[in-house]
Design a protein around this ligand. Structure first.
Ligand code: AMP
Ligand code: SF4
Length: 449
């Protein structure tokens, strides 16, 4: 999920529209936008598909105002469809408001029980709706108090943007599992899931929102509050490894620099003799560069990505994913023919991609294919909102390295260690690696029992 908010930015919708393009990689199932104009009137639009297909110039012109919020979402089987496209808009006598979130609340059952017992009914499966109802259950006059008290009730990995006619709020979970950054644009401000959205709209990076922090932006400027004393930097390791764009900086670490360092370390931990290094476009190219630099084995473009095709993991159903791999990548026969190839990928989830690519490379004439993965073996489910599948679907949940290698049909298989995965942030974060190690930085309720 990708979130974007602007405050005091003339033609907010245009800035949101362009910024949203740079967050498109965070979700391709749908997108939505909400603005408040100078009279406090709300304008909104949402749809299924890519940003470009949902918003046209006429719609952008109709979304008037200098304050607004937008999001892109990826689908999962449990919550797909237009109803689940954020931001969500709520009417209330105390003033209309808008909420959008990324990530996952892990104690949501407890919160659902509490809300339903007091008569709340729900229209979506979204945590944003849960938070909106929680906020409105609090009776304080002061809205920030209500938001803070609500945030104290929820656990998990999340970021939320909340907007009223005159204010924009942004908060990040106390373990810093999800990313959120603040930027400046003219006299106004921008909040984004990733800093790569700033460049395209001319905004400049100010700082990351801190774990456990909520900021409020209005005509008094920016005010920061803490809703928790806990301030960990357990950024989702998969953001660095795969999800984020290489031109984003997260908690002080550039994503491309992270991946390149992971690639260098991968060679040191899992060296192999070969003729060429080939990365799986696009998310693995930085790691492949690092592997090539460290090993001295030349980097070659052995695979070409077909443009205009979505990421395989964005499509919720396995049969669509399998077709996706074929439609997405072509081997460059004249480059790989007769070569011993090191195939570098950022991660293996179900194994669909690697299995197909090993086959494609062999069919194209590679004499050996050595698979090197710039992250550890993924064995566990993510409970913080990333769709990493159930343990039964994961290639490595119940397989040894040798068994996984046999399934892929590779000559050898090597993974980066959890220690090197952490060290690749250059000390900026102690990333969450729960889907690799099973150590969840925020306990999930079943484990508390
Ligand atoms: P798979 O084909 O299921 O093994 O998916 C792994 C490929 O998809 C890798 O090449 C990654 O670049 C990418 N990927 C990364 N994270 C995920 C995820 N959470 N779900 C699916 N695919 C992912
Ligand atoms: Fe990210 Fe994995 Fe942690 Fe989920 S469990 S937040 S995907 S590192």
């Amino acid at each position: 999920m990708g979130l974007l908010g602007v405050y005091n930015v003339p033609n907010a919708s245009a800035a949101l529209y362009y910024g949203l393009h740079n967050l498109q990689h965070r979700g391709q199932e749908g997108a939505g936008m909400v603005t408040f104009d100078d009279n406090g009137k709300c304008h909104r639009h949402r749809g299924m598909g890519l940003v470009d297909s949902i918003f046209c110039p006429t719609i952008i012109n109709e979304l008037k105002g200098s304050i607004g919020m937008a999001s892109v979402r990826y689908g999962n089987v449990s919550s797909s469809g237009l109803d689940n496209v954020q931001p969500l808009f709520f009417h209330h006598t105390s003033g209309d408001f808008v909420v959008a979130g990324d990530g996952n609340i892990v104690n949501k059952q407890e919160i659902y029980d509490y809300l339903e017992q007091t008569g709340t009914i729900f229209q979506t499966a979204l945590d944003s709706e849960l938070l909106a109802h929680l906020i409105k259950k609090k009776n304080n006059e002061d809205r920030i108090e209500n938001i803070i008290n609500s945030l104290r009730m929820i656990e998990g990995g999340f970021t939320f943007l909340i907007m009223t006619q005159k204010r924009l709020y942004a908060c990040r979970d106390k373990n810093g599992i999800k990313p959120l950054v603040l930027g400046k644009l003219g006299e106004g401000y921008v909040i984004s899931s990733e800093s790569c959205a700033f460049e395209i709209i001319g905004a400049t990076y100010v700082r990351d929102i801190e774990p456990g922090e909520i900021i409020c932006i209005d005509n008094k400027g920016i005010r920061s509050n803490r809703y928790s004393d806990c301030k960990e930097y357990n950024m989702c390791g998969m953001e660095y490894i795969y999800l984020a764009r290489p031109d984003s900086d997260i908690d002080g670490c550039n994503v491309h620099a992270y991946r390149k360092e992971a690639g260098r370390r991968l060679y040191r931990e899992c060296p192999v003799e070969a003729d060429i290094v080939v990365g799986v476009p696009e998310s693995s190219l930085s790691a492949a560069m690092g592997y090539s630099e460290e090993s001295g084995i030349p980097y070659e473009m052995g695979l070409v990505k077909h443009k205009y095709m979505g990421r395989t993991f964005i499509q919720p159903v396995q049969s669509e994913r399998e077709l996706g791999v074929k439609l997405k990548l072509s081997p460059v026969h004249s480059i790989v023919r007769g070569k011993r190839v090191v195939l570098v990928d950022d991660s293996i989830v179900r194994g669909t991609t690697s299995l197909k690519i090993v086959k494609l490379l062999r069919e194209a004439g590679a004499t050996e294919v050595h698979v090197r993965i710039a992250s550890p073996m993924m064995k566990y489910t993510c409970h913080y909102g990333v769709d990493t599948s159930t343990p039964e679907e994961l290639l490595c949940s119940n397989r040894t390295l040798e068994e996984a290698c046999a399934v892929l049909g590779a000559d050898s298989l090597g993974y980066l260690s959890p220690e090197s995965t952490t060290a690749s942030t250059f000390g900026c974060a102690k990333p969450c690696l729960a889907c690799f190690t099973g150590h969840y930085p925020v306990a999930i309720p079943e484990e508390k029992k």
